[in-house]
Design a protein around this ligand. Structure first.
Ligand SMILES: C[S@@+](CC[C@H](N)C(=O)[O-])C[C@H]1O[C@@H](n2cnc3c(N)ncnc32)[C@H](O)[C@@H]1O
Length: 460
């Protein structure tokens, strides 16, 4: 009875045995050739006709090798046109469960030794990083990176800095879409919000081309702000805009709100004080073929807010003329029109008035956007009140991003409202909305407060 129990236990232990396919530890200078491992295993020979039933058979299920990126059935190197080799996850027959041994005896053409050769290409970036780090650092190794265009950026903790170039090289080797790996340094340019960074591996080429919301963005990642984590926030606000709206983006960056909004049909005043942002913003407007509806400026946000209303009144945008067409669509229609004769052209612009009223202000500078809100006081007060009231039948919406240290939603709400009201000098209308954009740090949240500018503030 006891020996039976010991036997079953031994068998089940054997069944759990797996091959050690971890990479060899390779501390010291980085050398790809150190990552080689030859693992002796057994392979069972089967005629090709039997492979279907072998795969389905219960005794073989636990015995066939099951490793990522390794094929379990291969041609026999000694006889490529003959039997197939089914690779087993044991190096010795005694490690096979008895029912598998029985099955192999009756169904296979015998067992042969086989050597599984693993090298640098086999292991994942994480496997290799683990292998180059000292044991104490392995548990929380830095596996994550974000990608902007061809640039991967990591944020390495101090203890990993001695290995930073190796880590960079491994990321580069393992991700064909990456050409440059940088480490974001803790210092952030305080005014223009871009990160200082150091090159870890690859080309020192920092002008990236990044795609978001069907738009192509080009920018120098060392000189402007870009955060791919904000893409859902960009999408969320653009979705709120109507295609006929005029949007004023006070802190536009390189255009992740402005360009998709314009593609949707909106007319946009897009502003950024960083000359490099304004430069790439203009490039992106051009590249995405929305130059007819986007006006780029490079001014302080406060001056921009105060001038925006008058600018659009003095020089209205062309009327909304229906959904924007792709280049292919446009060419197709032009060809069709040419075939039909030019008299069939319908100018949709004549049906709608030019756009002279701003419907939305976007203010994504969470660190300090609230402090710019006093600039809205009196933005409609410079003109004939009756004339302006006819145009501004509804007040513009303000979407103002901000940080708060209050984690509790109720406290965050109270904190943000108090700071906004202090700046506009008026209660925020009851129908405002507050949206949690993301948690930036354990005790720091990013919100967007959206509210209609109170008329009393606009005419103040
Ligand atoms: C957090 S980024 C947001 C950029 C973009 N809207 C986005 O979502 O990626 C803030 C932007 O405000 C610009 N900025 C900073 N201070 C400014 C100011 N006083 N006036 C106008 N733009 C400013 C920065 O250059 C930066 O591009």
């Amino acid at each position: 009875m006891l020996s039976e129990l010991t036997l079953t236990l031994k068998q089940s232990l054997r069944r759990q045995m797996t091959l050690d396919v971890s990479p060899p530890l390779a501390a010291g200078p980085f050398n790809r050739t150190l990552f080689r491992k030859s693992i002796p295993i057994l392979a069972a020979r089967f005629p090709g006709t039997k492979l279907g039933s072998v795969r389905k058979s219960v005794p073989m299920r636990s015995a066939v090798i099951d490793l990522p990126r390794i094929r379990s059935v291969i041609p026999d190197p000694a006889d490529p046109s003959g039997d197939r080799l089914v690779l087993l996850n044991v190096s010795s027959e005694v490690d096979l469960p008895s029912e598998t041994v029985e099955f192999l005896k009756t169904e296979s053409n015998g067992l042969v030794p086989y050597t599984l050769e693993l090298d640098y290409d086999y292991w994942t970036a994480d496997d290799i990083i683990q292998a180059i780090l000292p044991e104490a650092l392995r548990e929380r190794s830095p596996v994550g990176f974000a990608i902007t265009g061809h640039i991967a950026h990591v944020n390495l903790k101090d203890e990993y800095l001695p290995y930073k170039h190796q880590i960079g090289q491994i990321f580069l080797d393992k991700n064909p879409q990456i050409r440059t790996v940088v480490n974001k340094l803790d210092t952030i340019d305080n005014q223009f919000r871009f990160f200082k960074m150091e090159l870890l591996a690859g080309d020192p080429e920092y002008v990236a081309e990044h795609h978001e919301a069907d738009c192509r963005f080009t920018f120098d990642f060392t000189q402007v702000y870009w955060n791919s984590r904000l893409h859902t926030e960009h999408e969320r606000l653009v979705q709120i805009f109507n295609p006929e709206d005029v949007v004023a983006d006070v802190f536009a960056g390189v255009g992740p709100f402005a360009v998709p909004a314009a593609k949707k049909g909106c007319a946009v005043l897009a502003n950024d004080l960083n000359p490099q942002s304004a430069k790439y913003l203009a490039v992106n407007v051009e590249n995405n073929r929305v130059a007819d509806v986007v006006r780029v400026s490079c001014e302080d946000g406060r001056a921009f807010i105060q001038a925006a209303v008058n600018r659009v009144l003095a020089e209205p945008f062309p009327a909304y003329s229906g959904p924007r067409k792709s280049k292919t669509q446009e060419n197709k229609e032009r060809r069709k029109q040419r075939a039909l004769g030019s008299q069939t052209t319908v100018d949709t612009n004549v049906l709608l008035p030019p756009r002279n009223k701003i419907s939305h202000f976007v203010m994504n500078l969470p660190d300090s956007a609230i402090t710019f809100l006093d600039a809205f006081r009196g933005i409609l007060s410079h003109r004939d009140r009756q004339e302006i009231e006819k145009i501004y039948t509804t007040m513009p919406m303000i979407h103002c991003h901000c940080f708060t240290r209050e984690i509790e939603p109720e406290l965050a709400r109270a904190d943000i409202l108090q700071r906004v009201e202090e700046k506009i000098g008026h209660p925020v209308p009851d129908d405002f909305s507050l949206y949690l954009v993301r948690s930036v740090a354990p005790n720091k949240e990013m919100y967007c407060i959206s509210f209609r500018l109170p008329a009393r503030v606009a005419y103040e």
